[in-house]
Design a protein around this ligand. Structure first.
Ligand code: PEP
Ligand code: MN
Length: 262
């Protein structure tokens, strides 16, 4: 329906060439805390999720928070912790780049660079990550249409980087039982329109812990290449997004359900 950069035969080949980075495994299972809070917190989570089958560790060092008084992330100290845990566990890591001035610091640690929902239309940032030789995970904007989301991906691809993972993380609607409304129809649509990989984040997509398992299974059923979920050793004491973070036993149960489902 939409004419986009990804329609072009030559460009489709670029996508498939780049796809190897994320498609070595059957499914991309990204897990970890919303925010990096300490070395112990991240290491404990990383070791657990790795043992259960996660293949990428998540953890925010720079956090986009609604209130300036909320925890903003450990920033450079967070990146040092992420690097140390990556080296100790061997897990590839993803972390959010919020500001183009932090690009080099994030590039040095991240295996996948995350562009968050709030920055989906930060065109300067998109063009800069488009010049990098690492995969970029582009989260759908808080209230973005699919056309706007594809347009944002084109900003990245236009600079030469076709290694883009599209992340559906819910959009704002009038629903009052969930933080956002997870739009799973976007998964087959994005795959059809762009051929890019698609990962679903039911943690931000629902904001509700008990919905993460059913929505993860639904995401995989409709063709998602993977999921991204928040996991914390003590969600009740998390410095951000505790309500939507899985306890370790819940992550274990999720992974078992995915295995049984396959
Ligand atoms: C995140 O994944 O850390 C995050 C902040 O999510 P989003 O940008 O989707 O709100
Ligand atoms: Mn979060």
């Amino acid at each position: 329906m939409i004419n986009n950069l990804f329609d072009d035969r030559k460009n489709i080949e670029k996508i498939y060439k780049n796809k190897d980075v994320v498609s070595k495994e059957d499914k991309i299972i990204i897990a970890g805390p919303c925010a990096i809070e300490s070395y112990e917190q991240l290491l404990k989570t990383a070791e657990f999720v790795k043992e259960k089958g996660a293949n990428v560790l998540r953890g925010g060092a720079y956090k986009p928070r609604t209130s300036p008084d909320s925890f903003q992330g450990l920033k450079e100290e967070g990146l040092r912790i992420l690097k140390a845990v990556k080296e100790k566990t061997g897990l590839p890591v993803i972390t959010e780049l919020m500001d183009v001035r932090d690009l080099k610091k994030i590039y040095d640690v991240a295996d996948i660079i995350q562009i968050g929902s709030r920055n989906m239309q930060n065109f300067t940032l998109l063009s800069e990550v488009g010049k990098q030789d690492k995969p970029i995970m582009l989260k759908r904007g808080i209230a973005s249409t699919i056309t706007e989301w594809i347009g944002a991906a084109e900003y990245i691809a236009k600079e030469g980087n076709y290694n883009i993972i599209m992340c559906e993380r819910g959009i704002r609607t009038y629903n009052d039982y969930t933080r956002n409304t997870l739009d799973l129809a976007a998964v087959p649509i994005i795959k059809k329109e762009t051929g890019l990989s698609v990962v679903v984040d039911p943690s931000h997509g629902t904001g509700v812990r008990y919905l993460i398992k059913p929505m993860s299974l639904a995401a995989l059923a409709c063709g998602a290449d993977g999921i991204m979920v928040e996991v914390h050793p003590e969600p009740e004491n998390a410095l951000s997004d505790g309500m939507q973070s899985l306890h370790f036993d819940e992550f274990d149960d999720l992974i078992n359900s995915i295995a049984n489902y396959k």
